[in-house]
Design a binder for this molecule. Structure first.
Ligand code: BGC
Length: 397
């Protein structure tokens, strides 16, 4: 339950702002023009991966330092500036961070398998400011606000639709935030980042235990490790590899040592899409996919097994996520009288066949079909940072 020091925007925010979106896979920098009721326009943007084996760098590895990482961010920001202007910046930082005000956040712990050295426990804004100073950009780029990606998604979605009270990410990582109507002694509304990926009062399977033991932070982020894009492909792989080992699936003699079933994290969430989308009687899509996994001669029974494992793991993910939404809605509105919109961003919700439908079904089963609408809201991380910067500052001169 981490306070954001932010409420919802008025929807009247205008002007040009800079945004930095740092989520763990890519870094995106943007210049955004806010136009109040007429929405917004992205004036320019740039995105770069944090690890690029071909270019020979990995800023997420334990040998990469805070200085290297934040210099990289500052250089990307610098690539968008023009001479003679001042840029107020909103910074979306998508990791559990303890804020003491709008613009200072200490990283509690890395998640999503990021391991960059000497960042945990540090004030992120300070690290960014020092990097901007090293790049001689500190007089030009002025960090105004730091926020979680769920918070940015809620801010951006509610800029357009004031009935949005919950923001969530179902992608590489998972987490949700909501607007607490009367926060603390001030009794004013504040968005709370609930870091739901760290919930751990859950019914774990032996595969969840196996998975968490082999992660960078064993026994942390338990819900995230059951539901998010970084991990669900690996859960499928762990189940299948155990069935192979027990002689229950694919003749072990036909599994070569380079088979993806034997290589940790060789199956990712994206590769589950063709399996889940295959409704042909012979499961030809699953067959084609298995050929790429080194299983050229699967039986229909084996293909059905693979499909049902992928479906069980992804359905469990969607239903656990829906359970967290139901918890929030019940907390806000025990009698379920009001309308609540949940804005969700992330590749699982957007792209995984059946995922969004499973969330909607679970909400319906909880009797909330009429009161709760879950909908895709894309790119909130970048836009929300610009809007948040606008709440607290003057636009670019
Ligand atoms: C982080 C959250 C973040 C989520 C989605 C999780 O690993 O702990 O802060 O919101 O990923 O990016």
């Amino acid at each position: 339950m981490l306070p954001s020091y932010l409420g919802k925007p008025s929807g009247q925010e205008t002007g040009d702002y800079m945004a930095l979106d740092f989520g763990g896979t890519n870094v995106r920098v943007l210049l955004v023009r806010l136009k109040g009721k007429e929405g917004y326009e992205i004036i320019s943007q740039k995105s770069l991966p944090l690890r690029d084996p071909l270019a020979g760098y990995d800023l997420t590895s334990p040998v990469a330092t805070a200085e290297e990482l934040f210099d990289f961010l500052a250089v990307q920001l610098g690539s968008l500036v023009s001479p003679g202007r001042i840029y107020p910046l909103g910074h979306t930082f998508s990791f559990p961070s303890l804020q003491s005000d709008l613009n200072s956040a200490r990283l509690i712990t890395w998640t999503k398998e990021i391991k960059t050295h000497s960042v945990e426990g540090q004030d992120i804004n300070q690290l960014l400011f020092e990097a901007l100073r090293r790049q001689k950009l500190h007089h030009i780029i002025q960090p105004k606000v730091i926020l979680n990606d769920t918070v940015a998604t809620l801010v951006a979605a509610s800029f357009e639709d004031p009935l949005t009270y919950v923001g969530s990410i179902c992608g590489t990582g998972h987490n949700t935030c909501y607007l607490e109507p009367k926060f603390s002694r001030a009794n004013s509304p504040m968005i709370i980042n609930i870091e739901s990926g760290n919930f751990d009062q859950l019914p774990f399977t032996p595969f969840d235990e196996l998975l968490t033991r082999a992660t960078a932070k064993p026994f942390e982020q338990r819900l995230e490790k059951m539901v998010s894009g970084s991990y669900i492909g690996e859960i499928v792989r762990l189940i299948v590899s155990q069935l192979i080992e027990q002689g229950l699936l694919f003749a072990a003699s036909k599994i070569g040592s380079s088979s993806p079933w034997l290589r940790p994290y060789a199956i990712n969430a994206r590769s589950l899409s063709p399996i889940l989308a295959d409704n042909t009687p012979e499961l030809t899509g699953v067959d084609e996919w298995l050929v790429t996994c080194g299983n050229p001669e699967s039986s229909l029974e084996e293909r059905k097994t693979i499909r049902s494992i992928a479906s069980l793991v992804t359905t469990r993910s969607a239903r656990l996520v829906a359970a967290t939404y139901i918890g929030i809605v019940r907390h806000l509105d025990a009698l379920a009288i009001f309308q609540h919109n949940i804005a969700i961003d992330g590749s699982l919700y957007e792209k995984l066949p059946g995922y969004a439908q499973n969330i909607a079904l679970a909400l319906r089963e909880a009797g909330l079909a009429d009161q709760v609408t879950a909908r895709l809201y894309k790119n909130g991380s970048g836009i929300g940072a610009a809007i948040a910067a606008a709440i607290d500052s003057k636009p670019i001169d």
